[in-house]
Design a protein around this ligand. Sequence first.
Ligand SMILES: [Zn+2]
Ligand SMILES: [Zn+2]
Length: 446
Amino acid sequence: MNKFSKKTAKGMSVALTVAMGAACSALMLGCAPVEGEPAAQAAAAPEAPTAETPKSEQPDQASPGAASTGKYSPVKARDRDFYAPNTEDLGPDEMRLVACGTGMPTARPKQAASCWLLELGNGDKFIFDIGTGSAERVSALQIPYNYLDKVFLSHLHTDHFGDLDALFVGGALAGRQKALRVWGPSGATPERGTKYALEHLQKALTWDLDGRQGLTDPRGYHMEVNEFDYMGMNEIIYEENGVTIRSFPAIHSLDGPVSFVVEWNGFKFVFGGDTYPNQWFAKYAKGADVAIHECFIAVPDMIEKFKFTPQGALAVGTQIHTAPEAFGKVMSMIKPRMAVAYHFFKDFDTTAAISDRIRTTYDGPLSLSIDYMVWNITKDDIRVRMAVVDEDVWPPPATDKPQLPDPNDRIPYSDEISSGRLNMKKVLQPTYDEINKQYGLKEKQE
Ligand SMILES: [Zn+2]
Ligand SMILES: [Zn+2]
């Protein structure tokens, strides 16, 4: 019998004892009801800090908190049950996964499109998909951009790479002083491959990039594109620093989409991207610690809320994408320590239908994901929480010294445009004087 700690949607911790091989924590909404669970046990004392609980959160010995005394104090903080970015160390044998986009192609305030940040205890960080709206979520995590230089694209739908330009340029501006490395699949023709898409994306950014020459640290405005064969069967596409990433094909829209498997330190993380249920996922995702697979809105809600025709809802909701019942079936086949469903609008009136349908085919650990859901994964536990983010956050400081650009690299205005400048010398000189004095400089106006 293992301890199975479980969190409710409101974050209340309850201790449960279940006959399961692996221990996990999961949101109540997303977790299988445990057969024969005595209801009274659910009201047990607050969960003791686990090995993953940061020291700062553990009740201190001299003044025991609620966890050790069983009493609450009117002046002492209780254990925190949310994730605050930039406040927790990651253990050497721990992974942290953050949902930075869980929604649909049309991004909305509550849900950006597909994006997943995987942080490893060895310091490596990987972004899987960077769908529309997700760059903002990534920024909320307060991670220096020099560490956010590796992106893996499951396929070239905009809901899976629509914010690559934002991460590319915005990241370089905010401290990524090296090329952005991107891995993505080939297509059935060269024009349908990642290389073609990203070469043209960079061409589309010509005006943007030209205008920054000579003004900012130039090192980040490059992309290293690594296109790999979309037909590769669990083939290695990345192997560095003890981390191996493989890809295998997905079935979605056209030839080209893939799924990824990350292996590190005995952990296995799988990101499916978009796919109809397929035999390769069933094979290569088996036994994953965390397996993310798409799960579409239930067909009746596609008709009612999305205004699909019944025929269209059946086709898109069950054949192009994976219906909740089919998601459950796939997870029953691979039996992950934690199944993660995404690619649906998660609302008060859509979630129950998705959950009920998944539960007709799967009764294991489950997270119905939403943006800013966070998983801390160790060998003994998977802790699931929500991140609480600061809307006022600024980009974190650059981790390396900025390189001053060569002003000679600037592309000048034409004489005609230049001649339209109003004379602001008198107005601006006090600012030059102020900054020159403060920093010991001799900067002059143009
Ligand atoms: Zn897609
Ligand atoms: Zn998609």
